[in-house]
Design a protein around this ligand. Sequence first.
Ligand code: GLU
Length: 293
Amino acid sequence: MSPAVLPVVTRFAPSPTGLLHLGSAYSALVAWTRAREAGGRFLVRIEDTDVRRCRRDYETAILQDLKWLGLNWDGEVRRQSDHFSDYGHELDRLSRRGLVYPCFCSRAKIAREIAASAAAPHGPSVGPDGPLYPGTCRDLTPAERKRRIAAGREFCMRLDSARAAAAVGPYDFVDEDRGRIAGQPLLMGDFVIARKDTPISYHLAVTVDDHLQGVSLVTRGEDILPSTHAHVLLQRLQGYATPLYAHHGLIADPTGRRLAKRDKDLTIRSLRESGVGPEEVRRRALAAVGRQA
Ligand code: GLU
């Protein structure tokens, strides 16, 4: 008897903060192709945890553009803002284990603390996106936390990454192109697990959803690779299986400059309006990957 083979389940998880552009279309194309080649499932998930920046009309437009590109998905689209209770439940589990703490710092306060630590012998700890949260609220006493919450102070919840690392021990994950990668639990510092305005953060929602949706292969841009260290850490804490990862190259223009969402002429909408067909858009997306030096 042949060994059981897990079905390939991939997903495309756009944040509806703008129109679908060539870079995201490439991500969708990779996930769709991998699922279809394997006779697996291709899921679409709307990551709208940032309720101030996400818009329903962008969501509608993204789904229309995927259809136009011929990237049909399986099952219902999952919208994260419809599932706050799932994430709240996971947050409670982490909270009961003493792995998260409330953080009352404003952005300005964090910037001041980081600036002050620049003069200290070791300077601030720096992560992939710049200086990490300096841990100001990590050691507040339970009484002080209660006092601030009772006083109506706003707070987000952060993961105590050193405690989380100790709870999990050494871990790793596999990226198809890069091989086995040793997890770096402190890479993202004490990252936000639940935002001030919603009971979730991108990191928590991604791990909960990939688990609940049975995603077995996560394909996404290599710019998100640092976050994968945090996601696998959360998976281990929560007892979830770790999927296989494939971080792909990013779209660049012919000079090698990375394209961003602000390159409006590269939205699928504008390419479509200028008379380019879906096959040609797919060809252009494939051709524009990996041009960087
Ligand atoms: N929502 C993320 C984005 O639009 C993608 C996250 C992921 O693939 O895990 O960049």
